[in-house]
Write a protein that binds this ligand. Sequence first.
Ligand code: NDP
Ligand code: 8X3
Length: 252
Amino acid sequence: MTKKIALITGATAGIGLETARILAKNNYNLILTGRRLERLEEIKQELTLEGAAVILLHFDIRQKAEVDSALDSIPGNWRKIDVLVNNAGLAAGLAPINSADVADWEQMIDTNVKGLLYVSRTVSNWMIAQKSGHIISISSIAGKEAYPNGTVYCGTKHAVSAISKAMRIELAPHNVKVSTVCPGAVETEFSLVRFKGDEERAAKVYEGFTPLFAQDIAETIYFIVSRPAHVNIDDILVMPTAQSSARDFVRE
Ligand code: NDP
Ligand code: 8X3
């Protein structure tokens, strides 16, 4: 059977890594991106054993020149990308509008919004040329609701959802599907990154309830990409059973 090709941004950890694993098991070759090269190399070794061919692209998604030169380096036969997973992203800090760190805002906007746009621009051109493809962007419950101290993170995820809605309309005539996945709390490196390495504070986020795991979202992504050609899942909101809104958790 011919293998499909998926490009996953932010594949060094969490949701991106688990998505790479599930796609490798299901007949995909993979283009994996991230800043941590050592991790990418370990993941390539692991997934090669699963039978996937893997290309690594090592770049900071905030830097347009780095993104462009990495994507330019993809060989022609690998540009027939079936699935793009726009996953790279982060929350930095948890603070109100009047005192949040401006550098945190810039990091979130540059990564979650501008980085996603840079990659989508190039890859959508390839998908338009081949008249097929599927772009899945990881938004969030924070793309549907806003919560205090999450001003800019929520803003970036609302942007991801809005950008995806517009892309869906633009790309439908080219037979390119566009989907969003909006997770609630998933235990990954997300909170460790948000709280800048403070393990105790990060662990507290998931205390007293069972959060989602990265594999839950990876399985959702695989469900979306494995629908028949005439079916597009526009948007899925996936929550832990114990989470009923961005702010409401049932904790023991
Ligand atoms: P992780 O921190 O575990 O993974 C984030 C990934 O993004 C890493 O592979 C990281 O790679 C990559 N990344 C971050 N910044 C950059 C950058 N500047 N350039 C390139 N790659 C970057 O978090 P998750 O797996 O949880 O997050 C994945 C996505 O899911 C994010 O968009 C997040 O907003 C979203 N999400 C997460 C939720 C959660 O509760 N965990 C809930 C809802 C949405 P590296 O550091 O190697 O560059
Ligand atoms: C990540 C989940 O609740 O921190 O998107 O916004 S949350």
